[in-house]
Every structure is written in structure tokens, then in C-alpha cells.
Design a protein. Structure first.
Length: 97
């Protein structure tokens, strides 16, 4: 029984790594790793110096705005350039561009 659980755990970890690598490469090819612009309401936080920061309550990285939200690029949903806004209370809003 323990061997079966270990094999399933290893399989799940491999699948998660493969999915993450695929998503990252697709997003990079389509330009989804670019910073959002002011045309979508993004105002960059001066403290972050244009660098990506870790999103609250998640493992993703994005750009912090003046209201403390982290804009995480997300091109997986509809094929367009999108950003998920992660706020410190672990709620999120989806911005479709």
C-alpha cells in the first residue's frame, strides 16, 4: 500500500512540474511575461523598482501596483493577454485585455 501511494505521489509531482514548464513556455512565447500598462489601470509601485514580486497566498510572481495588488500574467484562459490581481487578503480579480 505504501509503495502505491509513493508511486502516485511521484507521478503527481512529475505531472505538476511538466504542466508548470509548459505553461511558462507558452506564456513567454506569447509575451505574457510583460508588465501591464497604464491602459489597463496598472500604476507601478515605486518600491518594487520594476521587479517581479511574489503574489500573496500563491506561488506566482507578478508586478505590485500602488494599491498593494500583485498583477500576475495569465495567458492560459482565453488566449488573450490577461492579468490576475492578487490582493493581500487572498482574493483575486481577473483583468482581461
Amino acid at each position: 500500500m505504501n509503495k502505491v501511494i509513493k508511486r502516485i505521489s511521484v507521478f503527481m509531482m512529475i505531472m505538476m512540474l511538466a504542466l508548470t514548464a509548459t505553461t511558462t513556455s507558452v506564456c513567454a512565447k506569447n509575451g505574457f511575461n510583460q508588465k501591464p500598462g497604464s491602459d489597463v489601470g496598472f500604476k507601478e509601485d515605486k518600491k518594487s523598482n520594476g521587479q517581479k514580486v511574489k503574489a500573496p497566498g500563491g506561488s506566482d510572481y507578478g508586478w505590485r501596483d500602488t494599491k498593494g495588488r500583485v498583477w500576475v500574467p495569465d495567458g492560459k484562459m482565453h488566449g488573450g493577454q490577461e492579468f490576475t490581481q492578487m490582493v493581500p487578503m487572498i482574493m483575486y480579480m481577473k483583468m482581461v485585455i
